[in-house]
Ligand binder design. Structure first.
Ligand code: G4P
Length: 280
């Protein structure tokens, strides 16, 4: 797959993140709740070793609620703190505050033993592009009372968003790169719209989506599009979608590419329902 991602970018981003890691106690890693594994880069485990770890299953409003819970359990069992959130909503910020204290309990305890009281937990948001890092930081900052300035010597050039007396957040997120070695990962990233889909065959993508929907979300396509029989082949289902939505080419024929775009668009903005594409 020909994905535009340059090694130079990766090296630079990684180095910047390594530097930022020195300043923080807690890594807040955002993943997309619809594809929690494909939307993370496991290298963060190495980069963030010795740090408290919190995984946020973001865009959980677009993902299936029962799978959200299954994924929460999955990551909890692996030793992460985890919360499903919608980065656009203030309610999520509230929930996270408590979890941050829990995730950093050891650090707070260590501080206390050394006689350091009330040193805020410092955190950094990381994740691959498009998982909602900026949205999350904006929501976080929107609630925050102060933006703290540079602290000479220690945090040169860094802006911290102070949420309350207990938590400060680095205002620039760390960007991880998706892992593309597995074509299935690339496909899922493209389905949620994280990679531009011009580089992939859209009808192939739609077939994959149809296959996941008919296997794991029985009845959902029949409910959304007229005349669908889910027992039919993906190609026939896509053809029926083209028919039911009058996706026509210039020559007046049913246009599978148009139907594929329509299907994926409706999936991405949640019109088909809350859909998770990857299962623990
Ligand atoms: P990034 O910094 O990690 O690259 O991601 P960013 O915050 O730019 O978010 C990418 C897109 O995901 C944005 O949509 C944003 O609104 C949306 N988004 C972020 N968090 C959530 C969430 O929890 N739920 C839902 N449903 N969407 C979320 P966009 O189309 O690029 O912008 P806009 O149309 O929302 O303005």
């Amino acid at each position: 797959m020909n994905v535009q991602w340059y090694p130079g970018h990766m090296t630079k981003a990684k180095r910047a993140m390594q530097e930022d890691m020195k300043l923080i106690d807690l890594v807040i890693e955002l993943v997309d709740a619809r594809i929690p594994l494909s939307s993370r880069n496991p290298d963060i485990d190495e980069l963030g070793k010795n740090k408290a770890r919190l995984i946020l299953l973001n865009k959980s409003d677009l993902a299936s609620e029962s799978y959200n819970l299954a994924w929460e359990n999955y990551f909890q069992e692996k030793g992460y703190h985890v919360v499903k959130i919608n980065a656009k909503s203030n309610a999520s910020v509230k929930i996270i505050q408590g979890v941050i204290q829990k995730a950093c309990k050891e650090k707070i305890e260590r501080d206390r033993k050394r006689g350091i009281l009330n040193r805020p937990v410092r955190a950094m948001v990381v994740g691959i592009p498009n998982v909602g890092k900026s949205t999350f930081i904006n929501t976080f900052a929107g609630k925050a009372c102060t933006k703290t300035g540079n602290k000479p010597g220690v945090t040169k050039g860094k802006q911290w968003i102070r949420l309350n007396k207990n938590v400060e957040l680095l205002d620039t997120p760390g960007i991880l790169w998706p892992k593309f070695e597995d074509p299935a990962v690339g496909l899922r990233l493209a389905l949620i719209g994280s990679i531009r889909d011009e580089i992939l065959n859209r009808t192939e993508m739609a077939f994959e989506l149809i296959s996941i929907l008919t296997t794991h979300y029985t009845g959902i396509l029949e409910k959304r599009y007229e005349g669908i029989e889910e027992t039919k082949k993906a190609e026939e289902i896509l053809y029926q979608i083209a028919k039911s939505r009058a996706c026509l080419s210039k020559g007046g024929e049913y246009d599978l590419d148009k139907a594929a775009m329509l299907l994926m668009e409706e999936f991405r903005n949640g019109k088909i329902g809350r859909i998770t594409l990857e299962f623990p």
